[in-house]
Write a protein that binds this ligand. Structure first.
Ligand code: CDT
Length: 314
């Protein structure tokens, strides 16, 4: 028996500042219904899918900043989306800005949630690799203030049994780091879900602009192949509040091949039947992780050869 999971990657076009939550949810629900019409079992939305990507501008007023965050997801503010998904029997991955508020302190994370086809929460992830800067750079055409608006995620890179396989999540910049895939794959991940907001211009390094699309694909294709995983990467695309973001929403097979990709910079669904058993030839045969990559084995090799890992150097 093969394990085929039909996944819809739901790319979002720009979300303008003046778009209401109701309007944004309607756009996501429109894609949800289309995905369900095409018999998708899981829809994957992008990073901070409910709002414009506000780290692109400087905000001093706390109430204005708070308005971009959600505290309980699924919850009242996303009820229409998750209720419709449950009715349609489709699972949901959703990225959002998370505000945890106790009496004495606020904590902010760049988060995602995975909900199954019965409407139950499978798990949560908080972004670990926060790009950008914390200080205002008024000379830049736009900001990248994730280090100001979010804390580093404190949940690690967990995996869950869901959708007939082992699933993990990461968010945007996490996809550029090999340890993201490595840790998820050591947790057994067969499917990695991620959303991103990636500008096509890097203010501090314009000489790298020509490589943005290439490097976006390079890191995920390598991560998928080297770890025998599917990677589903979903973008926010197009010109949003003056910031031009790449499209290239992609579904990448464990071979490292991009098997489906968006063609526009607007709201667009990319659907593919992902065979979770296509991971086996890499995990069990080609690389045979059990024999060659268990953490115990890795430690034994480094100790035997007297290799010092960064952790062991004082
Ligand atoms: N949202 C996010 O993490 N964006 C970063 C921009 C880095 S600039 C190349 C990203 O890694 O895509």
């Amino acid at each position: 028996m093969t394990r085929i999971l039909r996944i819809a990657a739901a790319q979002s076009g720009p979300v303008p500042k003046n778009e209401t939550r109701e309007e944004t949810l309607s756009r996501l629900i429109r894609m949800l219904r289309k995905a369900a019409d095409q018999k998708a079992e899981l829809i994957v939305f992008t990073e901070c899918a409910l709002t414009p990507f506000f780290p692109h501008w400087w905000i001093e007023d706390e109430a204005e900043l708070d308005a971009y965050y959600d505290s309980v997801v699924p919850g009242v503010s996303t009820q229409a989306l998750f209720e419709e998904a449950r009715k349609l029997g489709i699972g949901v991955h959703l990225g959002y800005a998370e505000l945890c508020q106790n009496t004495d302190q606020k904590r902010r994370f760049n988060s995602s949630v995975l909900v199954n086809q019965e409407g139950e929460t499978v798990g949560r992830f908080r972004k670990v690799h926060l790009p950008g800067h914390a200080e205002h750079r008024p000379d830049n055409p736009f900001q990248n203030l994730e280090k100001r608006y979010f804390e580093v995620g404190d949940l690690g890179f967990p995996t869950w049994n869901a959708f007939g396989g082992v699933v993990g999540m990461c968010i945007c910049n996490d996809r550029r780091w090999s340890e993201t895939y490595r840790v998820l794959a050591l947790g057994g991940a067969e499917l990695i879900l991620l959303g991103y907001n990636t500008p096509d211009h890097i203010p501090e390094h314009p000489e790298l602009d020509r490589l943005v699309d290439f490097q976006h694909q390079l890191c995920m294709q390598a991560g998928a192949y080297q770890n025998g995983c599917w990677v589903v990467a979903v973008g926010k695309a197009g010109l949003e509040e003056g910031v031009s973001q790449i499209g290239l929403t992609s579904i990448i097979a464990p071979s490292g091949e991009i098997v489906a990709q968006s063609k526009t910079r607007g709201d667009e669904l990319v659907i593919h039947d992902c065979d979770l058993d296509a991971t086996t030839v890499y995990k069990k045969a080609m690389f045979n992780f059990e024999a060659n990559r268990s953490p115990e084995h890795y430690r034994a090799i480094t100790e035997q050869r007297g290799v010092k890992t960064p952790e062991s150097v004082q």
